[in-house]
Design a protein around this ligand. Structure first.
Ligand SMILES: [Zn+2]
Length: 307
């Protein structure tokens, strides 16, 4: 009987970390701990791992290096980070990709695909995506999830991120995906935290609902337009309804919100132009031979991937 009671008590423990009440108080952002929970990685280890993975991303992806665009994304991200629970330095980069997506490496290396910026209609909507990723970073979801799933092999992660490169990546959805394929609870928590960061930074929290709806509509219209990783953030009506509820219940009203800036409009136009130029260049450039890095040879014994 006693045992049963103990199990029942365990089952009713909140699944999310930290004190639930503090997490519901956006005015306490900055002084609250949102990353507690089982984690085999010290913060130092997490940062080192993230750095190593970020280096792989830099090698394998095409990052937008235009200084004006990169500076804008970083500025937007850092402003949100200052209004978040993140306790370590975070970085923000745009990845040139036609797939809608965003992801966060351990240690706060945050990436947003250019297609996501393109899909957004204003700065507040773009900020909502970054704020969600900051939620994952602040709560240290990557390493906490890896800790519960005992992920030891991180070698396949960069390959897995860039499904297009080499084409074998989707086959690699083994343990490394644990770093990115967050549990439902972690996704819900990132939504919840991100929404508060968006609000704290002065943006219109309704923008997150608008952005969810945009992604959902795009997914319906063009299946495959949303990256596999991003689809692990299910755009269900439940999720939208919960966000809507949270806006009403936990966010104090502000007399006005930032929805858009002229910087956003300028950068968006500039980026679209740059992408057009790049596309034209790619179309005329001779196709480079497919190079395999030595560390990819291990995948050679696999069946030829579908193109
Ligand atoms: Zn997420």
């Amino acid at each position: 009987m006693k045992k049963l009671v103990a199990i029942a008590a365990l089952a009713s423990l909140p699944l999310l970390s930290g004190t639930p009440d503090a997490k519901r108080d956006p005015t306490a952002i900055g002084g609250r701990k949102v990353s507690s929970g089982v984690n085999f990685y010290s913060l130092e280890k997490e940062l080192a791992l993230g750095k190593q993975l970020a280096e792989e991303v830099r090698k394998q992806a095409r990052l937008v290096e235009d200084p004006l665009v990169a500076e804008y994304v970083n500025r937007l991200g850092q402003n949100l980070a200052r209004n978040s629970d993140v306790t370590f330095p975070v970085t923000f980069n745009l990845i040139e990709s036609e797939e809608i997506g965003a992801f966060t490496l351990p240690g706060g290396f945050i990436y947003v695909n250019t297609a996501t910026l393109k899909l957004s209609d204003n700065e507040s909507e773009l900020a909502s995506v970054i704020a969600h990723e900051l939620g994952h970073a602040a709560a240290r979801h990557a390493t906490r999830q890896a800790s519960t799933q005992q992920v030891l092999d991180i070698a396949g992660i960069p390959a897995m991120i860039f499904g297009g490169i080499g084409g074998y990546a989707l086959r690699q959805l083994g343990t490394p995906l644990a770093f990115f394929h967050f549990s439902r609870d972690f996704e819900t928590e990132a939504d919840f935290l991100g929404l508060q960061y968006l609000w704290k930074a002065g943006y219109d929290p309704e923008s997150s609902v608008n952005m969810f709806e945009r992604v959902e509509a795009m997914e319906r219209r063009r299946p495959g337009a949303v990256s596999q990783l991003f689809r692990t953030h299910p755009m269900t009506s439940d999720r939208i309804a919960k966000t809507q509820r949270d806006i009403g219940q936990i966010l104090p009203n502000r007399p006005e919100y930032v929805i858009n800036t002229s910087d956003y409009e300028e950068i968006r136009t500039r980026l679209l132009d740059l992408l057009e130029v790049q596309k034209a260049k790619d179309a005329t450039a001779p196709q480079p031979p497919t190079l395999r890095r030595p560390n990819e040879l291990e995948f050679d014994d696999r069946p030829t991937p579908r193109q």
